[in-house]
Design a protein around this ligand. Sequence first.
Ligand code: HAM
Length: 427
Amino acid sequence: MSSTAQATAAFQAPRGTRDVLPQESARWEALVALFATQVGRAGYGLVVTPMFEEIGVWERVGQDTDIVRKEMYDFFDKGGRHMALRPEGTASVVRAYVQHRPVTPFKAWYVAPNFRYEAPQAGRYRQHHQLGVEALGSNDPDLDVEVIDLAWGLYGALGLRRVRVLVNSMGDDTCRPPYRKLLLEYLERRADELCDEHRGAYAVNPLRVLDCKREPCRQATADAPWQLDHLCQPCQEHFERVREGLDEVGIPATIELRLVRGLDYYTRTTFEFAAEALESAQNAVGGGGRYDGLTEALGGPNTPGIGFGMGIERILLACDAEHAFAVPEELLDAFVVDATGGRVARDLTHELREAGLRVDRVFDDRSIKAGMKAAGRSGARFALVVGQHEVTKGVVGVKPLRERGEQVEVPRDALAAHLRRALAEAE
Ligand code: HAM
């Protein structure tokens, strides 16, 4: 849209949301298709869950997080039920698992919008879109490696070279509570030194203080106790196996002690992918981890799980910054210019599309000259010209648009075959 049109438009997309139009959407489609192919190869199937759920689905798993406490788009429906738009996909997929009890391992992938009432800025939106996987039903550390490898493989396939893999362990029900107590005691001693936000509120979610980007918190926690030094034996062994596996498959993971993630359900392995080409506040192009207690929290049988989500918008921003993943324009094979009223164009486009060709046409009974202009703009390889002369002779004029060449007359019933041959030669 031109800037004048934008200035006069009565309505704009809501703050923190974006419209995605062609050609940007072609890249978006290609990204989703690539993701589907990659995770499909590893046995993950598409799962589609509702865009809204009873608010309890998220309250149950994230009571102490900003995403759930402050950022949810919640509403009462006309039946008086308290609902929320999905702020993230994991709890929804786990709710569906508990409801339908598919056989395990249950390996799901999704592409879906998420809604968080955040302060919008570049790379941070109120509606963002995630590609993600969730795998339920196995404790095997090899599954952690598989899931991290899938995400890593996607960044590689896109041509991103400056993505760092950060890993940590959050422990489990055995080692997290004593560690949390230790951290809380530490923070109590240093409370005066924390940033304004955390000084009075560190006790709500002490782990989040470790993740705070503000300098006072950074300094005050420089020698805080770390979960990784306080893992129980099974968690430690699990983490070692994950590290060894990442090493073996060639994923250069860095341990990040401060990586605690923004949702409460994590246990054991957590990980994040940081795009170095982006501003550090919005450089997470993906993240995830284990959530071995989530299924039970949502009323299901004890079922371990692990997954990740990656933001489509951020991935594409990182691709821009690294000049990667340029998707060729989706071009047309042919464009019909019909100066005889449009009926021939109607029938030709129908026939040629049925024959599998990508064909568009001019509408509104335009002159040959205006039609040829539109054909040029369309990016099509050939113009198919129909005037009175062609109709009388039962032919169509075929004119190359992207290379030099004369217009040739082709009998109408041989047109599809002619175009296919010509397109193959032009490849
Ligand atoms: P998350 O870290 O909150 O995790 O979000 C995953 C990814 O979504 C982020 O790394 C980022 O790329 C993108 N993202 C998040 N918020 C925004 C935003 N406001 N604007 C643009 N992009 C954003 C989760 O949502 C978990 N459900 C991931 C997971 C799956 N854990 C286990 N399984």
